[in-house]
Design a protein around this ligand. Structure first.
Ligand SMILES: [Zn+2]
Ligand SMILES: [Zn+2]
Length: 308
């Protein structure tokens, strides 16, 4: 998607003044440490092309809306891709991540509940470990090139439009969305598509950030599952960011992050809630004891959504 409702009228970059031919739309979870009013909230972030600066666009009306793009169907495949030899020895970590992604995808209310958005349940392919070291600092476009080359060489499965990759980065690697926008400093994780609605689709999980990405515990694994669960849900419900289910400039978990509640699925992993349009509340877990105790999200009617 080159333009959405929010950016269709923007012809010049507000930062550098260059003409904007199109915007890249990415689904991004912001760090809480950098949050500022309207500037660094989780949602669909707009990167102007060709200059690459992020535009802080006005949100369209914050109603739950489907924009007609691809949605995740039953039987689509996830493949977890671990980039770096680090993961060949971090076997316990990889095993835990494999279990968490499978648990998230199978949870009877967290994942299955997305049926109300006409979104199905996926299955997991065998994970791939890429035994080359990523650069210590790389851009999303370099990551896209890497993913494209892995698909071409058979290092990862060829999922095309019927699935997605969770790409995990090792410790010490920073990914950037713009030269001044680095993982852990500005954002926690994100999802994107290499070639719009034609895919391939992917989430990116930097090694868990030490602050700003976990409001529930100090545990790196809990940090990972909170981000991963959000990106998996948002990828499934909005595969090509902005073309699927959105609430203004936000995806379904971003909206719930405003009233953040710590939640766990029935198997115990911490997850970020998504907005339930039938019940008009954010999803809450029924899993093992939650910490801190959850407070009920104030039900938002469609008209109230627009006033937040
Ligand atoms: Zn836009
Ligand atoms: Zn610019």
């Amino acid at each position: 998607m080159d333009r959405c409702e929010s950016c269709k009228g923007i012809s010049r970059c507000t930062e550098c003044g260059r003409g904007v031919t199109r915007f890249d739309h990415l689904g991004v979870r912001a760090t809480t440490s950098q949050a500022g009013p309207g500037l660094n909230v989780s949602g669909i972030w707009h990167y102007a092309r060709p200059c690459g600066h992020r535009a802080h666009v006005q949100a369209a009306a914050r109603n739950v809306k489907y924009n007609g793009g691809p949605l995740w169907q039953n039987g689509y495949s996830w493949q977890n891709v671990y980039w770096g030899t680090y993961f060949t020895t971090a076997t316990a970590w990889v095993r835990s991540v494999e279990k968490a992604t499978a648990d998230i995808e199978a949870d009877s209310t967290y994942s299955v509940g997305l049926a109300q958005y006409n979104v199905g349940i996926g299955r997991f392919a065998q994970p791939a470990i890429i035994k080359t070291a990523p650069p210590t600092r790389l851009s999303d476009s370099q990551l896209r090139q890497a993913l494209t080359s892995w698909i071409a060489s058979g290092a990862v499965q060829k999922l095309e439009t019927q699935g997605a990759y969770n790409i995990f980065l090792p410790p010490g690697v920073t990914i950037t969305l713009a030269p001044s926008e680095s993982s852990c400093a500005v954002f926690c994780d994100y999802h994107n598509a290499v070639n719009g609605s034609n895919g391939p689709f992917y989430t990116v999980e930097p090694y868990p950030c030490s602050k700003g990405c976990n409001q529930c515990t100090g545990d790196p694994f809990d940090t990972l599952t909170q981000g991963l669960s959000e990106e998996m849900v948002e990828l499934k419900t909005d595969m090509d960011p902005g073309t699927g289910w959105v609430i203004g400039n936000e995806e379904l978990c971003d909206f719930c992050d405003h009233h953040f509640v710590c939640n766990r699925i029935s198997t115990g992993e911490y997850v970020n809630a998504w907005y339930d349009q039938n019940k008009r509340v954010c999803w809450t877990g029924t899993g093992p004891a939650q910490n801190p105790a959850p407070t009920l999200f104030q039900p938002a009617t469609k008209s109230r959504v627009g006033q937040q």
